[in-house]
Design a binder for this molecule. Structure first.
Ligand SMILES: Nc1ncnc2c1ncn2[C@@H]1O[C@H](COP(=O)(O)OP(=O)(O)OP(=O)(O)O)[C@@H](O)[C@H]1O
Ligand SMILES: [Mg+2]
Length: 255
């Protein structure tokens, strides 16, 4: 049986998509059968994974709308053990309300996750920022959750909300476990960033925080722009190594 790990955060732009892409790729590199699902209607996974329009943009939204079948929308990647389900045509739409309503009201997302688990996949879910209907639905059907926390001032302020939401989700879905909060974009040589990281480590219980933090690196920015996970484009980069370490830490928990 596989498992579902969701990457969620209250704030936008904290590294969810980067984390989902690199964690999924690192697990696949370790030989784990992995499916990366983009539940965020903005559809950033498509860009981060360099999945060109000629491969088609159909994905989750089209599956939920009932216009496509799973086998038509799951895409192969250069990694043999990694498959991707993009957000789908919603990412090109002017509004996301129909998608959000489809997702929130139907049982299809849960069925999809269960089906993938039944086939032995580790499912990594990239979510939209915030705690809206989409994220709540994802948490209702996940077993694991990782919360990226960007090392910037006020970082802790949004953490309370997300931790409360995870706790609430776990009441209805007792299988849900918070694997940890992941410090992201930690800047070497930047006092503010370092102080935030130290403060967060001081304030939060150690078991809530991963030992590994993801540094901010140029290679990460380059890789995203080039449409490749940094762990593939620049495996020796410090952020790439940190993501590899995260995968190593998480892998034994993802039965
Ligand atoms: N370790 C890193 N080093 C440098 N830049 C990074 C790093 N991680 C993420 N970024 C950059 O920060 C920006 C935001 O990252 P990302 O898209 O992963 O965040 P997000 O939480 O998914 O955002 P959103 O909430 O909009 O979905 C991107 O431009 C990304 O390339
Ligand atoms: Mg994102």
């Amino acid at each position: 049986m596989g498992t579902v790990l969701a990457v969620v955060s209250q704030k936008g732009g904290v590294g969810k998509t980067t984390t989902a892409i690199n964690l999924a790729s690192a697990l696949a590199q370790r030989g784990r059968k992995t499916l990366l699902i983009d539940v965020d209607p903005q559809g950033a996974v498509r860009h981060g994974m360099g999945l060109a329009p000629d491969a088609g943009v159909a994905g989750l939204a089209d599956l939920l709308a009932g216009t496509h079948e799973l086998q038509d929308v799951v895409q192969a990647t250069p990694l043999p053990w990694l498959r991707v389900l993009l957000a789908g045509s919603v990412s090109e739409a002017a509004e996301h309300e129909t998608y959000t309503a489809n997702l929130a009201d139907s049982t299809r997302l849960g069925e999809l996750f269960d089906r993938a688990r039944g086939r032995g996949y580790i499912v990594i879910v990239d979510s939209p920022p915030g705690l809206g209907a989409v994220t709540r639905r994802v948490l209702a059907h996940s077993q694991h959750v990782v919360v990226p926390l960007q090392c910037e001032p006020l970082a802790l302020q949004t953490t309370t909300q997300i931790l409360r939401a995870v706790r609430e989700a776990a009441m209805a879905n007792p299988a849900l476990v918070l694997d940890g909060i992941l410090l992201t974009m930690l800047e070497a040589g930047n006092d503010v960033s370092q102080r935030v990281a130290a403060y967060v480590r001081e304030q939060l219980p150690a078991e809530l925080l991963f030992d590994v933090a993801i540094p901010r690196t140029m290679a990460s920015i380059d890789a995203f722009a080039a449409g490749q996970p940094v762990i593939l484009r620049a495996p020796d980069d410090a952020a790439a190594r940190a993501y590899q370490r995260l995968a190593e830490l998480l892998e034994p928990r993802l039965a």
